[in-house]
Ligand binder design. Structure first.
Ligand code: SAH
Ligand code: SF4
Ligand code: F3S
Length: 466
């Protein structure tokens, strides 16, 4: 029987959730936060005051899993001192490793797979006070997209899941195995959610999916993603729409036209190439060539003036030669990405690439990784410097981490900007009692900032005062 503590007992339960991995995990953590708060739990940010510690985990590379094991290992002593506490692992690694986690880390009490997180409140009730270990993994469970109880850290920004899972089975990738089949959420549900967010003061949404360009596949007809963008663009109150991730094999002209035409859709694409070599792309089973990719970039730059592009690359994939790597360097140089995530290939158990030999030596992977980082840094610095002297629209996110007298936010093109705000106050928020403007008044607002300096990751400037 499920042990069901009463509300009072629950009220004393403090929960800490540590999130690893991609934006999908961030969103899932927010959904879990929301449902736990509704049940009377309190969220805390430090281990000392937590009665329940949940790790929302990633399996995409071995290093991601090692990191979680190392964190879990550190909690062993903690658990000995406070045997009543609950340590849970949820997300992709819970799905991937399952019982193995319990074997290696017996102090873990709860494993909750990627399609079971909406049952967490119930599972915590079950585990609470009992000495049992609970393993909740179901490959066939469906995920409820409902966010009526989500807790978003920023009132003015929200992640919105438009699809789940992935059907692409790129040969190196574990995501389809841990996240399940691709499933698109009905368009009306997404639109209603975004309307609700707008009513709640949200200004910017980031649509999430492993391959948003194939949104609506299986529903018949074409152009589902661009139709979704067009419908969302009409929602009053939403100023900016972003989306990740774009897959080159499903990117199309109608999507790029929508990005170019719709005022709310930001001029930024995250469209990973993974490699510039056709031989490697084929072994990765990406289903496009570098020529096709270059064509898409050209089309994007034509249809969306001032677009910025972010990418991902894997270096040292099985069989990658110096010549293949040169193709990647050339692609990076030609596209002139705004920023790139560069990963050393990490073989994953159960994927198709596991049967290839991981034959690129660690030293070579490191060298190639370093080379791409260096090249990207050079490109980013040059591209960012082109913004100096320009006035750009910034959505203010908060005060800068390194200087609370400065504000930080993002441009439509997704540059991070750190900037001064006028001491004499901004016209919209005049100074009160002769004090300098309160930075918090600007948070969540769109302001214009003139750029004065740039590094590879940040633009610096001052807010325009008129
Ligand atoms: N759906 C997204 C990517 C999700 S995974 C897409 O297809 O673009 C995020 C990134 O992790 C991938 O783009 C890839 O660059 C990297 N990645 C995935 N599996 C990997 C592996 N086995 N080793 C190294 N990097 C990997
Ligand atoms: Fe992984 Fe490929 Fe799916 Fe992206 S599209 S999640 S890389 S299988
Ligand atoms: Fe994301 Fe990592 Fe899972 S990249 S989908 S959290 S394996």
């Amino acid at each position: 029987m499920i042990h069901n503590p009463n509300r009072e007992e629950r009220d004393s339960r403090n929960v800490l959730i540590k999130t690893f991995g991609c934006q999908m995990n961030k969103l899932d953590s927010e959904l879990v936060f929301g449902s736990l708060i509704k049940e009377g739990y309190t969220l805390v940010t430090d281990e000392e005051s937590a009665d329940i510690i949940l790790f929302n985990t990633c399996s995409v590379r071995q290093k991601a899993e090692d990191k979680v094991y190392s964190h879990l290992g550190k909690l062993r002593k903690y658990k000995e001192e406070r045997p009543g506490m609950v340590i849970g692992v949820m997300g992709c690694m819970a799905q991937n490793e399952g019982e193995k986690i319990l074997k290696r880390m017996p102090h873990v009490n709860l494993i909750c797979g990627t399609r079971m997180f909406s049952r967490l409140p119930e599972l915590l009730d079950e585990v609470n006070g009992s000495k049992r270990h609970i393993l909740a993994i179901d490959d066939d469970a469906t995920v409820d997209f409902d966010r009526s109880v989500a807790q978003r850290p920023n009132r003015f920004h929200a992640f919105v899941s438009i699809m789940r899972g992935c059907d692409n089975y790129c040969s190196y990738c574990i995501v389809p195995y841990v996240r399940g089949r691709e499933f698109s959420r009905p368009r009306e549900d997404i639109v209603n959610e975004v309307k609700g967010l707008a009513d709640d003061g949200c200004k910017e949404v980031t649509l999430l999916g492993q391959n948003v360009n194939s949104y609506g596949k299986g529903l018949g007809g074409n152009g589902h993603f661009s139709k979704l963008l067009r419908q969302l663009d009409r929602i009053v109150g939403i100023e900016r729409i972003r989306f990740v991730t774009s897959h080159p094999k499903d990117m199309s002209q109608d999507i790029l036209e929508a990005v170019g035409e719709l005022p709310t859709v930001c001029e930024n694409l995250h469209m990973p190439a993974q490699s510039g070599s056709d031989r490697v792309l084929e072994r990765m089973r990406r289903r496009y060539t570098s020529t096709h990719y270059r064509g898409l970039i050209e089309m994007a730059k034509t249809l969306v003036p001032d677009i910025t592009i972010a990418g991902d690359f894997i270096v040292g994939f099985s069989g990658e030669t110096d010549e293949d790597f040169l193709d990647t360097e050339n692609l990076m140089r030609d596209v002139r990405y705004q920023n790139c995530f560069i990963f050393k290939y990490s073989p994953r158990t159960g994927t198709d690439a596991e049967k290839f030999v991981d034959d690129v030596e660690e030293e070579t992977k490191k060298r190639r990784n370093h080379r791409l980082l260096e090249l990207q840094e050079e490109i980013s610095t040059e591209e960012n410097s082109k913004r100096i002297g320009k006035s750009l629209e910034v959505l203010v996110e908060g005060t800068s981490k390194t200087d609370n007298q400065k504000l930080t936010g993002r441009t439509r093109q997704n540059h991070i900007v750190v900037f001064d705000f006028p001491e004499s106050g901004y016209p919209v928020f005049p100074r009160t009692n002769g004090q300098a403007g309160d930075p918090s008044l600007y948070i969540g607002k769109l302001v214009n900032v003139t750029i004065e300096d740039a590094t590879d990751v940040t633009l610096y400037g001052s807010m325009d005062s008129g």
